[in-house]
Design a protein around this ligand. Structure first.
Ligand code: DON
Length: 310
């Protein structure tokens, strides 16, 4: 019988970061939100936490960066808890096959976004939060602080202002959906929450900790509280798997084989249910808006450790 050899994640992460350092990043730092372009492009970090609470990290894992769309997993979590399955009347759960900020599908699908992670879907989710909570921004930030175990999680105000000043496309998405009757609240109020959500900053370590509940059947391991039910955790992971990388979701599944979510700040969170949560950061993005080296690092991780879900 083959002997069971536990995975030495520290050795694995050392190889992962070494390989990434030796790979030329072909991507570009996001600049359509001008403030994001000021980041140092060579930053590279990874932090992995196992369900036994063992931490492993390499590189710039303790530096804050703009988590952008990764926070959409948290807004989805809050709205799913608030509305339950009624949420799916407002937003779908199917991969879009289009860019994260695309307008085309919305017109012929009558203002119902394909999923909660494309910008249109995340804007609908913010509309739900505005309807459900007196102070949705506080609700989101409280969740970040509770899950990450850090009370100092905050937004980068310059990034938020920069996104507000350049939010023409997201404003178009919101207006189109309002016309179709899928936005209940004032558009400026909804976009204000959306932009706040995207401007949250975290380190790789904080991000890996924040999303541990998805590796632990919905339970926050720091407080032992159920953030969501087992069934809700299963569904959230399924949406990450199919929609977390927009029109590159198939590629990410194919190469990495984990539920994951990317952001245009260059971060990616990936979950191995019942095993670990891992966060990576490298600011240069490929042409689909996902971190070029971030995807490579996760591909190396699941290949070397033989730990994809497939
Ligand atoms: O709305 C936007 O375009 C950005 N605040 C977030 C987009 C994003 O992170 C897409 N992810 N890869």
């Amino acid at each position: 019988m083959a002997e069971f050899v536990p995975i030495n994640y520290q050795t694995v992460l050392a190889s992962v970061i070494e390989q990434a350092k030796n790979t030329k990043s072909l991507g570009e730092v996001a600049s359509y939100i001008p403030e994001l372009a000021y980041v140092e492009p060579s930053k590279l970090g990874i932090h992995l936490i196992t369900v036994n609470n063992d931490h492993f990290h390499e590189g710039d894992a303790n530096e804050k960066f703009s988590i952008q769309s990764i926070s959409k997993v948290l807004s989805l979590t809050l709205s799913f808890k608030a509305l339950g399955n009624d949420l799916w009347q407002r937003v779908g759960i199917e991969p879009s096959g289009t860019a994260f900020n695309s307008l085309v599908q919305l017109e012929y699908e009558q203002g119902i976004p394909r999923n909660p992670f494309i910008n249109a879907g995340a804007i609908v989710i913010c509309d739900v939060l505005v309807s459900q909570f007196d102070n949705p921004k506080k609700e989101i930030l409280n969740l970040c602080c509770k899950l990450s175990g850090n009370a100092d999680i905050a937004i980068n105000a310059a990034v938020a202002q920069s996104e507000l000043d350049s939010s023409f496309r997201n404003r178009s998405l919101a207006n189109l959906m309002k016309d179709f009757g899928n936005i209940d609240n004032d558009i400026d109020t909804v976009l204000d929450v959306y932009i706040y959500l995207c401007a949250i900053e975290m380190t790789c370590k904080e991000m890996a900790q924040t999303f541990m509940f998805l590796a632990q059947n919905g339970v926050n391991p720091l407080t032992k509280e159920a953030v969501v039910t087992v069934s809700e955790a299963k569904r959230l992971n399924a949406i990450l798997q199919l929609c977390g990388f927009y029109d590159e979701a198939g590629e990410f599944s194919f190469k990495v084989g984990l539920p994951g979510k990317s952001g245009v700040g260059g971060g990616i969170i990936a979950i191995h249910p019942q095993k670990y949560s891992v966060a990576v950061w490298s600011p240069k993005l490929n042409d689909k808006g996902n971190s070029y080296l971030g995807m490579k690092m996760l591909e190396s991780l699941t290949t070397i450790s033989q730990s994809s879900i497939f």
